[in-house]
Design a protein around this ligand. Structure first.
Ligand SMILES: *[C@@H]1O[C@H](CO)[C@@H](O)[C@H](O)[C@H]1NC(C)=O
Ligand SMILES: *[C@@H]1O[C@H](CO)[C@@H](O)[C@H](O)[C@H]1NC(C)=O
Length: 415
């Protein structure tokens, strides 16, 4: 056996899964999704006035009230799962109202966001936090939150983001199936136009994904004046654009902006890939990947510059101090919570509730084991900090029947 059999086996898996999945999606979008749509839309922003809990801080100057109305535009492959965990915890702590999707962990992505996709949405409803994946559509989101809600998002160096997206989503982008050889990414980047089909299924994952997620046309000519206009629009709409490469600095800016406490932004890296599964992009490939994602590169360049202006305004030394204390606190929590002190491969994770969702066909995403003995005081926080996105959503009461079904199919096919 061996040699000749295996490729057929995996090919059959791809076919079966492909058919099931497509059939299923058709069914879903044709019959189930529309049922959840309510018909009337209220005029934007009518009933969303912020609740004003009178907080009386006696700490004098510098005191502020924690902001609780937040739109997090969750981009793909940008450490956004880690930030999601932070928002989930904060929302629970303050008993905030989340706008969650229904059935799945995104708002019908890659279709544009619509208010009616929010679980149990009634016209006029108002929410504190929106943070699941969506393709951004500002007016729709705007109407769901208080006028003074804070809008945030995360960007990442587009070449690295592209590499990550290629790894994570490559198998669900059919035109990549024609790529042969060991290093499919290098092959693709040698001559992207030969493979890339902008109209292909899931094509958006493999070019200018940030632009796409933010709701813009990811196929724009980089010389078009619209590109700059879009970038400036993002700048106007978002109060903070964080960078994955400077995640800790970003969190410190976030904490300042939202008047949060250090405890609120403590984190463990979630949904990270095993280091051996992360190839280094060499100079030439890096350059090609950047050129291929030119719109995202322009976007990133703009916000990289504005990020450092913000750090400058915050104070370099103050930033260094705050980053150091965040890292100390993360380290302290690591010793308290994590068995073995580090992330492990999927096979080594004991509790299924700690098992992260894996990309199709691989098991490269790492997870954690909780320590067996954790003091009462830290028990809950540790568990929350380590719970992967899907399980956390379920804990928060989101019905993820689509995900559960996919999970059964994958377990059945051992994929
Ligand atoms: C804040 O505290 C002061 C004195 O302690 C009190 O007079 C005032 O009414 C309080 N304000 C609110 C909004 O609770
Ligand atoms: C971002 O800006 C910093 C500071 O100006 C610079 O050192 C860094 O190379 C920039 N990163 C990218 C990916 O352009």
């Amino acid at each position: 056996m061996g040699g000749g059999w295996k490729p057929w086996h995996s090919m059959a898996k791809v076919l079966i899964l492909g058919c099931l999945f497509t059939g299923f999606l058709l069914l879903f979008y044709a019959y189930v999704a529309p049922l959840q749509v309510s018909m009337t839309e209220p005029p934007a922003g009518t009933s969303c006035s912020p609740p004003t809990p009178p907080v009386n801080s006696s700490s004098g100057e510098g005191s502020c009230r924690p902001k609780t109305d937040i739109v997090f535009m969750k981009t793909h492959k940008t450490a956004s799962s880690t930030l999601l965990n932070i928002l989930f915890r904060f929302g629970q702590k303050h008993r905030l109202k989340f706008a969650f999707p229904s059935g799945y962990n995104d708002f019908n992505y890659p279709a544009f966001f619509k208010r009616s996709l929010v679980h149990n949405y009634q016209p006029g409803d108002c929410f504190n936090i929106i943070c699941n994946h969506m393709r951004f559509r500002y007016p729709e989101v705007r109407g769901l939150v208080a006028p003074d809600a804070t809008f945030i998002t995360v960007l990442r160096d587009p070449a690295r983001l592209f590499e990550s997206s290629f790894h994570y989503f490559g198998t669900v982008v059919p035109f990549t199936w024609r790529l042969t050889g060991r290093d499919k990414l290098a092959k693709f980047l040698q001559d992207p136009h030969r493979y890339y089909d902008p109209k292909g299924f899931n094509a958006h994952y493999l070019r200018n994904l940030l632009f796409f997620d933010l709701g813009y046309d990811s196929g724009l000519d980089p010389r078009s004046p619209q590109v700059e206009a879009h970038i400036l629009e993002v700048e106007q709409r978002f109060h903070l654009v964080m960078l994955q490469e400077y995640f800790d600095e970003s969190l410190v800016l976030l904490k300042e902006l939202l008047c949060w406490e250090l405890e609120d932004i403590v984190y463990f890296k979630l949904n990270a890939r095993r280091a051996s599964a992360v190839p280094r992009l060499t100079g030439e490939l890096y350059r090609r990947a950047t050129a291929w994602n030119q719109l995202d590169a322009l976007l990133y360049r703009h916000f990289n510059a504005s990020f450092w202006r913000k750090v400058e305004a915050f104070g370099r030394e103050r930033m260094a101090r705050e980053v150091a204390s965040l890292r100390r606190e993360n380290e302290r929590m690591r010793r308290i919570c994590i068995d073995g002190g580090r992330a492990v491969d999927a096979e080594a994770i004991q509790e299924s509730s700690m098992q992260p969702w894996q990309p199709l066909g691989t098991k490269t995403i790492l997870g954690y084991n909780l320590k067996k003995r954790i003091s009462q005081r830290h028990q809950q926080l540790c568990r929350k900090m380590l719970t992967p996105e899907i399980q956390y959503l379920i804990d928060l009461g989101v019905n993820l029947w689509v995900i559960r079904l996919l999970k059964y199919i994958r377990e059945f096919l051992r994929w």
